[in-house]
Structure formats: structure tokens, C-alpha cells
Ligand binder design. Sequence first.
Ligand SMILES: C[S@@+](CC[C@H](N)C(=O)[O-])C[C@H]1O[C@@H](n2cnc3c(N)ncnc32)[C@H](O)[C@@H]1O
Length: 265
Amino acid sequence: MRAALAALALCLGLPAALRAQDEVPFVVTPDNVTLAMLELAQVVPQDFVLDLGSGDGRIVIQAARRFGARGLGVELSPQLVELSRQNAAKAGVAERARFVEQDLFKTDLSVASVITMYLLQEVNLQLRPSLLALKPGTRIVSHDWDMGDWRPDRSLTVDAPDKPVGLDKRSRLHLWVVPERAEGTWCGIGAHRDARLRLTQKYQVFEATLSLGPSAQLLAGHIDGTRLRAAGGFDALLEGGRLRITQSGDAPAALAGADFERCAS
Ligand SMILES: C[S@@+](CC[C@H](N)C(=O)[O-])C[C@H]1O[C@@H](n2cnc3c(N)ncnc32)[C@H](O)[C@@H]1O
């Protein structure tokens, strides 16, 4: 009954409250949509693609075959895991496309550089805290369902004539890039020790005050993985616990190249 409800929800896009919480039915992503998902994530051979609820394995297999990536599909149904392994062998990518019978909620997500999902919005929302805690720069692509107020970095609509559900035969794809956790106060170091950057953040969106002596600049921008960009040409990189301003933009030119570390005030 719960699975039937979830299937109905997936087909019709019913409100979250009507959906089974922990059951997502097997519905395939059409091949052209699978390709569009992997292109949206800009998958390259160095990537490790993790498909949560991998069905017949098509996303991980396509990632290996078309993009040369490695990947893992986790799937509750043993029959689908077996079918996926057979499909991977037929496609000649069994070494790089692996499948395990496993609950996606008990899966180590940190192995992935790219996560793909065709689940339900409610399941996406349950996964959201774990996804947000992943390594900055990890890309997440979801077929049809978003993640509430964690807005995607990009969305697009793809014609899906072979889609087995829905009436309009189109799929909506969403991409998120896990943002660095930059919130807090940053103090300039070395020659820039008088500079301060006080930053607040909601998901990928940040606001900050960059001050140097009496001058203060307000910044509003976007965090793209480890990179912070703000209107006015400000650009910074946050890596290894250190924030470096690569372009000061409208802020004092003396701050270009300044390094910052976290500090109390
Ligand atoms: C909508 S299908 C998507 C299949 C495939 N990812 C695709 O896009 O073609 C969702 C899949 O998730 C599986 N699934 C549902 N709940 C799961 C869970 N908790 N852990 C692992 N797999 C699950 C279902 O068995 C089903 O095969």
C-alpha cells in the first residue's frame, strides 16, 4: 500500500504529506535524461558517481560507458542489483560500475564526487543534512524533485518522450554544488592583519562586510564549492582553512591577494 502510494505520488507529483516516507518505487530515468543529468554534473573520468536507489543501474553504467567515470549504485531490491550487474557486464563496464544491495540511508555518501537521485522530494529532504555536510564541490543532481529552500545552482527541463510516468513527458533536472562552510569572522594575516571579513551564509548565498581600517565594503554573493564570488568583482577561494581574496573588486585594491584565517572577532 505504501509503495503504491509512493508510485502514485511520483507519477502525479502529489504533496509531500501524501507520500510514503521511506519507499520509492522503481521508475526508470529515460536514457536521454540520464545523459542530461550526467552532463549537468559535468562528469569526467576522475569522478566517482553514486546513484542513490539505482534501479536497473543505467545512471552508473552510462557514467562509466560515456564518461569513463567509476561509480556505485545502491539499491534495496536484490533483483534490480542482479539486473544492474548483468547490464554493466553487457556494457563492458563491470569493473567501473558496481552495485550493492543497500539502504541509501545507510550508505557512506562521502565516497562520491557526484551523487545522482531519482527519489521523492520528501526523501531528498531527509537526505539534505547529510548532503550539505559533504566535501565542498560535491555535485548533486536530482531528477524531478528539488530540496525545498536549498535552491539548486542550476535547473533545466528536458524533453522525455520515453518517460514512463507523468503526462507532459518532460523531466526537470536540478544541480547543487555543496558549498564551503564560510560563515563566521575571518581575520587578515601578515601584512593584512587589520582586515576583517564578517560573513553570514545560507546554503550557497552569502553576505559579508569586508573592513580595512575605517573603510567597510558590503558584499553579497554566491558560494560555488570553495569559491566565493560577489557583485562588484570580489572573488575569494576558501581552501585548507584559509580564505584568500583573489580579486578585491570594489573593495580596496590592497586586499587583493590577502589571506585570512578564522578568528574570534
Ligand atoms: C525512481 S527509481 C530510480 C532508479 C534509477 N536511479 C533511475 O533513475 O533510473 C528509485 C529506486 O530507488 C530504490 N529505493 C527506494 N528506496 C530505497 C532505499 N531506501 N535504499 C536504496 N534504494 C531504494 C527503488 O527500489 C527504486 O529502484
